[in-house]
Structure formats: structure tokens, C-alpha cells
Design a protein around this ligand. Structure first.
Ligand SMILES: C[S@@+](CC[C@H](N)C(=O)[O-])C[C@H]1O[C@@H](n2cnc3c(N)ncnc32)[C@H](O)[C@@H]1O
Length: 445
């Protein structure tokens, strides 16, 4: 077992290590080297970072590792990035900064990475202008407006972060040290990106770089550790409760993409939801306060509209609970009615982007009553949906694909007579042993 669980102090199983060449070095017992302020002095080397890192230790008596700022002036797509993180995360990130294996990833994804990334990476392939532009929007500062018709499911932007800043356990370090690192992270960027970052919206609350990050970042997983990621182009897109676009993040490339959620007409402002799509209006309102503005969408501001929407959302919850009841599961008509209602409600609420999880739950429910073919059908829908809305290499899509894979394997095993017949009819309470350990929603460790 020791060969399969070769472990480095940093996380060798993280999403940042899918490449064969990394597996080979892990097997050879080579972990990516840790780089911090001290190793930089001792070895005279801090590759792939362009500048030796600056670090601070944890609060007095703290157990946590150092916190450092790392800047690379040219990552694989051509741009710069400053990262405030631990030496462990930085070590796993290092080779990805140079080469995440994009052709290999694009084959899996089936679509090339879009927009700015391609432009930056290829630099050559100039060409058609973007179908949108940044404009001033009354009451909102700037915003992004479509200049041409944009069909549904168009990849509008694909961007690498210019700053990443760790979000987990931040109390482990002195906040004044953190602020110094933020300041350095911005200052170490080339002039153009520095100006771009400093020109972004802020709320005039507290220290300036901190304020800018608070107002503009997305939470992203870097080596499975939560960071806030700053994507300056995408940061110009304003919030709407029923948005016309959505974002998806690729943990193996760090790319954030903006994709149209429906057809968009010229002159229409591009919008994304800053809050999860499925929450109730009071939670949405208080969440949006974090960005320092009052939500004026009808879902927030119009009592009748938000009441109706909240009722739909609560009903969706109820249906999911109903599907979980053994007495529902013995009545095919009731299952069918539940699924139909849930589909109609999510459609009404503009929550199609979240139905991947829903279909996953339905697939598990069918598996639980031994309806393997139905389980497979819904699992396949979940996979398709999650790959599109959450991203082809997202954790959610990955676990859905694994679930589907295990269903297929179980099926083949069953054909070979290795496990008993699962397709018992009628008896909703007996969850066949052969399937019982399958679950789509495993907690990530
Ligand atoms: C990520 S920025 C979006 C771009 C920003 N409007 C700008 O000028 O760069 C977030 C900030 O935009 C403003 N904003 C975003 N969505 C808004 C909305 N629906 N209504 C009013 N202001 C909004 C808020 O000031 C918020 O703090």
C-alpha cells in the first residue's frame, strides 16, 4: 500500500497533480520542492517564481506554516500572477504555473479554452473582437454590455487570475502581516496589471488592496485549498438574481470562464449571480450586502416576487425530501410526478445551472430501489449538466463521473454473474448490497 500512497507533505492527490510526469516523480519519491524566504536564500533558487518570496510566520504559538507571497511574471498563458499562500500550496502550484498540460485537458473537455486565455497563450491568433464592452452603468459603476447578439452557451470570457489569496485559516496569521503581503502581491505585478487591479471597484472600507479583493474576487480551490481569485475582466460583470451568464472554474488550470446562460441581445448588460442561485431572498439580500450594495432585482426588492420565488424554492426542498421517503419510492407515479414538478420549478426559477446535483440525487434514489437503468440515465444527465455548468474538471463533475463509472462497472459485474440481481421490482426498502456503497455525494477529504 505504501507505493500507492506515496505522500509528500503537500497534497499529492490534489487536483493539481493529474499529469503523468508528476505521477512518475511521485513514484520516484520526488515531491515538488518547498520554496519559502529561507530556502530562497539557502539555495539561490525560487523557480518558477520570478522574485524570491516574502514570508511571515503564524501568530505566536501557532501551528500553521508560513504565509508567503509568490509572483510569477509569466505563467503558461503568458500573464503574471501573484499568490499569497502557504509554501505547500505554492509547491503544488509551481509546475502548473509553467504548464498545466492544456492540450491534454482540452481533449478531455472537448472544447478549447476560450477568449483571453487563448489570446494570451497564442498571442498570435488575433482576430474577431469580443461581442461585449465595458461601459458605465447608472447606479452600478461600470458594467459589461453585449455589443452583438450572443447565443446561449457561448464561452464569453476565459481568464487566468492575476491574484490569488488564501482564505482558509486566515486567523492563523497576524492581519497586519497579511496586509503587507497583499500590498506586496499587488506591487510585484507588472505595471499594466497593477494599474488594472488598482482601478477596480471598491467600497472604501479598510486597506485598499484588501478592499479591492473583497469587492471583486471569486472563491476558488487551489490545490483543494480555498483562495480568493481576482479575475480583472470578469470582475467588471455586475450581479443579477436571474443572470444571463454564469461562471465556471477549472481547478486544474485556474481558468475562470463566463458562459451565456441564455440568448443575450445587443445592448443587454451581462450579469452573473454573486450569490448561489438556489437560496432564499433574505439570505440573498444579506449575502449581497458583502459587496456593499442593495439588491434591487425583483427577487430581492419586490415582496410579491420574492415571496413567490421563496415558495418555489421551499417546494423544491420538500420534493427532494419526499423522494427520500420509502413510501414515495414504491409508487412510480409519485416519483414521476415529483420529478416533473421539480423540473418545472427549477426552470421557472432560472436554476437550470443547478439541476446537475438534483439529477444526481434522483439517480441515487433510483439506485436505492434497484432501478439501475433509470439510475444510469439520470447519472448521465447529471454528468452532462455538471460538466457544463460546474466545469469539466470540477469536483462535482468528477464525482458524478465516478458514480456513473461505478454504475457501469457494477452492471458489467452483474452481467458476468458476480453480484446478485439488483433489479427487484416493487420493494423500495431493500437497497441491494451490491449497490449500497455507491454514493454520488461523497464528502471530499
Ligand atoms: C465585482 S464589481 C462589479 C463591477 C463594478 N460595477 C465596477 O464598476 O467595476 C462589484 C461591485 O459592483 C456594484 N454592483 C454589482 N452588481 C450590482 C447591482 N446589481 N446593483 C448595484 N450595484 C452593483 C457594487 O458596487 C459591487 O460592490
Amino acid at each position: 500500500s505504501s507505493s500507492s500512497s506515496q505522500s509528500c507533505i503537500n497534497n499529492p492527490e490534489g487536483p493539481l497533480l493529474p499529469l503523468r510526469r508528476h505521477q512518475a516523480s511521485l513514484a520516484a519519491g520526488l515531491c515538488p520542492p518547498l520554496v519559502d524566504d529561507e530556502t530562497a536564500i539557502l539555495t539561490g533558487s525560487w523557480a518558477p517564481w520570478s522574485i524570491p518570496p516574502t514570508c511571515f510566520g503564524p501568530k505566536k504559538g501557532g501551528e500553521r506554516s508560513k504565509l508567503c507571497v509568490y509572483t510569477a511574471t509569466r505563467h503558461w498563458a503568458g500573464g503574471p500572477v501573484s499568490v499569497i499562500t502557504t509554501p505547500e500550496v505554492a509547491a503544488n502550484l509551481a509546475s502548473y504555473i509553467l504548464d498545466p498540460g492544456v492540450p491534454w485537458l482540452e481533449r478531455d473537455r472537448g472544447v478549447p479554452f476560450g477568449g483571453e486565455v487563448r489570446a494570451a497563450a497564442a498571442a498570435a491568433a488575433a482576430g474577431s473582437s469580443e461581442p461585449f464592452e465595458v461601459r458605465e452603468i447608472p447606479g452600478k459603476g461600470f458594467g459589461v454590455v453585449a455589443t452583438r447578439f450572443i447565443p446561449k452557451n457561448t464561452i464569453l470570457m476565459g481568464e487566468m487570475p492575476v491574484m490569488l489569496s488564501i482564505m482558509e485559516d486566515v486567523e492563523a496569521w497576524e492581519s497586519r502581516d497579511f496586509m503587507k503581503l497583499l500590498h506586496r502581491a499587488a506591487n510585484q505585478l507588472p505595471r499594466r496589471e497593477q494599474d488594472e487591479v488598482m482601478g477596480l471597484a471598491r467600497q472604501n472600507k479598510g486597506y485598499i488592496v484588501y478592499d479591492i479583493l473583497n469587492t471583486n474576487t471569486f472563491q476558488v480551490a487551489v490545490d483543494r485549498v480555498a483562495h480568493s481569485g481576482l479575475y480583472p475582466g470578469i470582475a467588471r460583470i455586475n450581479h443579477a438574481c436571474k443572470p444571463n451568464s454564469f461562471t465556471r472554474y477549472s481547478p486544474s488550470t485556474l481558468i475562470m470562464e463566463v458562459v451565456s446562460y441564455r440568448d443575450i441581445q445587443p445592448g443587454e448588460e451581462l450579469s452573473i449571480s454573486y450569490a448561489p442561485l438556489n437560496i432564499l431572498s433574505k439570505d440573498r439580500r444579506s449575502l449581497l450586502q458583502l459587496w456593499g450594495f442593495n439588491c434591487t432585482c425583483s427577487l430581492c426588492a419586490d415582496p410579491a416576487a420574492s415571496k413567490k420565488s421563496d415558495a418555489h424554492r421551499s417546494r423544491i426542498q420538500e420534493i427532494l425530501e419526499d423522494l427520500d421517503k420509502p413510501q414515495t419510492r414504491t409508487v412510480p407515479e409519485r416519483i414521476a410526478a415529483d420529478i416533473k414538478e421539480v423540473e418545472s420549478l427549477t426552470e421557472k426559477e432560472g436554476m437550470t445551472a443547478q439541476t446537475g446535483d438534483l439529477y444526481g440525487i434522483i439517480a441515487e434514489m433510483f439506485l436505492g430501489i434497484g432501478e439501475v437503468d433509470m439510475a444510469k440515465m439520470y447519472a448521465a444527465v447529471a454528468v452532462r449538466n455538471l460538466r457544463h455548468y460546474a466545469g469539466f474538471d470540477s469536483e462535482r463533475a468528477r464525482s458524478a463521473m465516478e458514480f456513473l463509472g461505478r454504475l457501469d462497472q457494477g452492471e458489467r459485474g452483474r452481467e458476468r454473474g458476480e453480484v446478485g440481481d439488483n433489479s427487484k421490482e416493487g420493494n423500495g426498502s431493500s437497497r441491494s448490497a451490491a449497490w449500497s456503497d455507491l454514493s454520488l455525494f461523497e464528502v471530499d477529504t
